[in-house]
Design a binder for this molecule. Structure first.
Ligand SMILES: Cc1cc2nc3c(=O)[nH]c(=O)nc-3n(C[C@H](O)[C@H](O)[C@H](O)COP(=O)(O)OP(=O)(O)OC[C@H]3O[C@@H](n4cnc5c(N)ncnc54)[C@H](O)[C@@H]3O)c2cc1C
Length: 482
């Protein structure tokens, strides 16, 4: 029997796995998709929020502030792209200034370090591209931008290195109480575990209700984005928020750790994980963003995408052991700031195990740390050394992002190897540039096929069923695929 089964490997499940892997426990992560963090964690604003938004006294307030500090350390340790650029919440009129004071008071109560209110002049001096109507701002220097996907991957990789078992393409379809724990059913067999951690994101309500009576309702709310080319990447230097409203933190404009500009999201209630982008939604995002940064050139957009928030009717994260279901731990309702809070949320799991006297002493031989080659960032002599050792680093495959064959092979042979073209993209950025994989996609497909020893027809763009190439013989229409 497993000690702990974690359902879902988004940033919350990955953080729980990383935290638990520090202890001599038998832990498995069961993930429905063929890769880690293929849900909300891959499509959000990528901000480690400072923590002035949540109401003081909530789980969100406490875990956000703790989580951001932990995330900073983890990103440094695990070589995850992270930049503490700070954030500004703008008052776009005199009428909005009281709102900034309320956020400031929240921030002080929540223990957010270094926040201060700025005058209009101070704000415009920091960000000259802002609308001249700006009346003031709340500055939070601890806010940061991150690669959310790599953050989750890095924690999952180190967890796996330290003995956590990761089962991909393994959706949990049923949960039953058994003597001393729980039995989880999946298409890949059953798993018995003393503790179950429900980190299933938008599916967390359904998973909860497999084990216990209804206690919370998720209210999926979609947010749509523009990702702009690097030519717009320096438009602003901080994360630029508007005053939040009943729909959340509003439309923001932010640099990304990869050097692009990200603009969004709106807030649209949807059924389930509907990540479609809509003309109306994007028009709203562009018009609203221009209120804070009028000069954004949306013609430089290289991609639109959407993510779905696991908003919840309780108004706060749902964290803890469920009444009447001993050993069943919810990490649910992980709406924003769920990314920022994830490492602190993970520590709640170890606290629960400790309260049951089920947390052993931590391992003394833990294998922490992680690095990956980012060829284009290396000085010339290190590039030459690397190519001499492995000529694959001398062949540039993704011309937009200058990603080499060596880095793509690293992605395909890592601790949690990529199994799709998008899996490669997320691991090493090949295909992330302005052509969005138009040039390098076929070469990446070939490398996946060779490295994994699979037919090119079986190479996926992303999730199961997204095969890139079609052969008519397979569909009974008689082409001559050889
Ligand atoms: C538009 C938007 C903007 C946001 N911006 C920010 C931000 O800037 N900062 C911030 O802190 N937070 C932000 N958030 C929130 C943040 O993205 C989430 O809190 C976080 O990603 C949630 O992670 P998770 O692991 O709970 O969920 P997910 O990433 O969705 O992971 C859940 C995983 O569970 C798996 N799963 C589901 N069902 C099953 C099953 N039956 N069996 C096995 N596995 C299953 C899924 O495949 C998925 O991989 C934003 C969210 C959205 C949508």
């Amino acid at each position: 029997m497993l000690d702990v089964a974690i359902i879902g490997c988004g940033v919350v499940g990955a953080a729980a796995a990383y935290e638990l892997s520090h202890y001599p426990l038998h832990v498995a992560v069961l993930e429905a998709e063929n890769d880690v963090a293929d849900g909300t964690t891959k499509a959000n604003s990528a901000i480690l929020h400072a923590g002035y938004d949540p109401e003081p006294g909530t789980q969100m307030a406490r875990l956000n502030v703790q989580g951001v500090a932990l995330a900073k350390e983890i990103c440094a340790r695990l070589d995850v792209p992270y930049r503490q650029c700070g954030s500004l919440v703008l008052a776009l009129s005199q009428a909005e200034l009281p709102h900034l004071k309320k956020l400031y008071a929240n921030g002080v109560a929540n223990g957010v370090p270094g926040i201060r209110l700025l005058t209009a002049e101070e704000t415009l001096a920091m960000e000259p591209q802002l609308a001249p109507t700006v009346a003031g701002a709340l500055f939070a220097p601890s806010a940061a931008i991150v690669s959310p996907w790599e953050f989750a991957l890095a924690m999952a990789e180190v967890a796996v290195r330290n003995g956590v078992e990761l089962y991909r393409s393994t959706p949990v379809t049923n949960i039953e109480k058994i003597d001393g724990g729980w039995q989880l059913t999946t298409p890949n067999g059953s798993f018995a575990a003393r503790y179950v951690v429900n980190a299933a994101g938008l599916n967390a309500q359904a998973i909860h209700e497999m084990a216990a009576p209804h206690t919370f309702t998720l209210e999926p709310t979609r947010g749509e984005y523009y990702l702009l080319d690097k030519s717009e990447g320096n438009r602003v230097n901080h994360v630029i928020f508007q005053c939040p409203n009943e729909n959340g933190k509003g439309v923001l404009v932010t640099p990304t750790v990869h050097g692009n500009l990200l603009v969004g999201p709106n807030a649209q209630p949807v059924a389930g994980d509907d990540t479609a982008c809509t003309a109306d939604g994007l028009a709203f995002v562009a018009a609203t963003a221009r209120r804070s940064v009028p000069g954004i050139r949306f013609g430089e957009s290289i991609r639109n995408f959407a993510g779905v928030r696991a908003n919840v009717d309780t108004g706060d994260f749902v964290i803890g052991e469920t009444d009447g279901a001993p050993g069943f731990i919810d990490l649910a309702g992980m709406k924003s700031p769920g990314l920022s809070s994830a490492p602190a949320v993970a520590k709640e799991v170890t606290k629960i195990l400790a309260a049951h006297n089920d947390l052993p002493e931590s391992k003394t031989d833990y294998k922490d740390g992680r690095t990956r080659v980012r060829f284009k960032e290396l000085p010339p002599e290190q590039k030459a050394e690397l190519i001499a050792k492995n000529p694959a680093y001398g062949r540039v495959i993704c011309r937009c992002e200058t990603i080499t064959e060596g880095e793509i092979l690293d992605a395909l042979q890592s601790e949690i190897p990529a199994v799709s073209i998008d899996g490669v993209k997320r691991r090493c950025n090949a295909g992330m540039g302005r052509c969005q994989g138009g040039f390098c996609g076929p070469r990446v497909l070939e490398l996946i096929s060779k490295t994994r020893g699979i037919d090119p027809l079986d190479v996926l763009q992303d999730k199961a069923g997204t095969n890139v190439l079609l052969c008519e013989t397979k569909t009974g229409r008689g082409c001559n695929h050889g």
